[in-house]
Design a protein around this ligand. Structure first.
Ligand SMILES: *Cc1c(COP(=O)(O)O)cnc(C)c1O
Length: 400
């Protein structure tokens, strides 16, 4: 067990591993075994009923997967954690653990695209009342929560316009109504924001993104108090959205550099945001670290740094996006985020692909919006790369 009083970066390197090392190995093994054998029938029984520590069957628990859960749990300052095959499995299983027909859930309009689909497509057909408030409208959320709800579900910063919601204030409102307060902390990472310390009950991550950090493994995780996490674990062990041990290993390995990656990604995002603000072709820049961001002061209060995600809108909309993005040398044009490589994509083909242009406009997403997940490259090269891509797009625009 890593001491409580060490820095988060030290925990990222060391935490959660010691109990799982075998044969003097310094690294957590990938245990692929599906089942665990017992010669002693009484011991088998005790493990099976949870009286004794151990493993029975891979859908329930696995040592490599548990090491991953322990690391995240320690980084988030939670009592317990349970993991999933993907971030969406973490979100859907958590919601399904608690919501029954007739329940009410309050959330916001700007959640991750998949989460939004759960709210608009799947929960309503189970007779669950979903209320989606304007993102960042704290008064509206408080008013809706005060009418009573089972869950208050938040995401901050949001995808793709990095809007910020005051976690402490929302946790207070949620608890006054007896709601379970959940925050999707994927964009912030545990390095920049620890919602549990701000009063939240459950924290969810798509581990696929910053935690893994290398865009080579899918996973999700939920952290919180034993009492709630045990219920979510039980739902997951039966329904089967279990994290693969190989993915868990890649997550553990990725997380050892989480603090270094995130530090560089924040630095790059801030520099890129400032650079983008100087470009004529850029209509607006969305980054919580810049003072013109509407909720910069809240971000400053609840985040250690502002994260590696930003977005910007270009003049000329989709046509400019079409000219600009293919010219970038050091950016993957792809739907993921949080990787060591800079990744770019228009909202209309990534986070909000399921929406019509009108629906995107309604949530404040211009068609020329480009989301940037900053990588860990040297920022001079990234800015030079954007500079040459802008020059190209500008010349095309003049010819037209
Ligand atoms: C990607 C993402 C998810 C979903 O995670 P998957 O691992 O792709 O299922 C959920 N929330 C946020 C904020 C995300 O970026």
């Amino acid at each position: 067990m890593v001491k409580e009083n060490v820095q988060a970066g030290t925990k990222a390197v060391w935490a959660g591993e010691k109990d799982y090392l075998v044969h003097g190995a310094t690294q957590v093994p990938i245990v692929l075994s599906v089942a665990y054998g017992y010669d002693d029938m009484d011991e088998w029984y005790d493990v099976a009923i949870g009286k004794k520590k151990g493993h029975i069957y891979g859908r329930n628990t696995n040592p490599t997967v548990q090491a991953f859960e322990d690391k995240v749990k320690i980084l988030e300052g939670a009592e317990a954690a349970t993991s999933f095959s993907t971030g969406m499995a973490a979100i859907s299983n958590t919601l399904s653990t608690f919501l029954v027909p007739g329940d009410r859930i309050v959330s916001m309009k700007d959640t991750y695209g998949g989460t939004n689909k759960i709210f608009t497509e799947f929960l309503p057909r189970q007779q669950i009342d979903v209320v989606l408030c304007e993102t960042g409208n704290h008064e509206q959320i408080e008013a809706e929560v005060a009418k009573g709800c089972k869950i208050l579900y938040l995401e901050t910063p949001t995808n793709p316009t990095v809007k910020i919601t005051d976690i402490e204030r929302m946790a207070r409102a949620g608890h006054e109504s007896g709601a379970i307060v959940i925050v999707d902390n994927t964009f912030a990472t545990p390095m920049n924001q620890n919602p549990i310390s701000l009063g939240v009950d459950l924290v969810i991550h798509s581990a696929t993104k910053f935690l893994g950090g290398h865009a080579d493994a899918l996973g999700g995780v939920v952290c919180g108090p034993h009492e709630l996490v045990e219920k979510i674990y039980h739902y997951r062990e039966i329904n089967g959205a279990t994290m693969d041990p190989m993915a868990a290993y890649l997550m553990i390995r990725g997380m050892k550099t989480l603090h270094l990656r995130v530090r560089q990604q924040c630095e790059n995002a801030m520099a890129l945001a400032k650079y983008l603000q100087t470009k004529d072709m850029v209509e607006s820049v969305y980054y919580p670290g810049i003072e013109t961001h509407p909720n910069h002061h809240i971000a400053k209060k609840q985040m250690k740094d502002f994260g590696g995600m930003l977005s910007f809108a270009v003049k000329g909309g989709v046509d400019t996006v079409r000219d600009l993005l293919p010219k970038l040398q050091f950016a993957n044009r792809a739907a993921n985020l949080g990787a060591v490589e800079t990744t770019v994509g228009p909202a209309r083909t990534t986070s909000h692909v399921e929406c019509t242009p009108e629906e995107r406009a309604a949530v404040g997403i211009p068609e020329g919006l480009i989301r940037v997940s900053c990588g860990i490259e040297e920022i001079e090269d990234i800015i030079a790369d954007f500079e040459q891509a802008f020059s190209h797009a500008e010349s095309v625009l003049q010819v037209k």
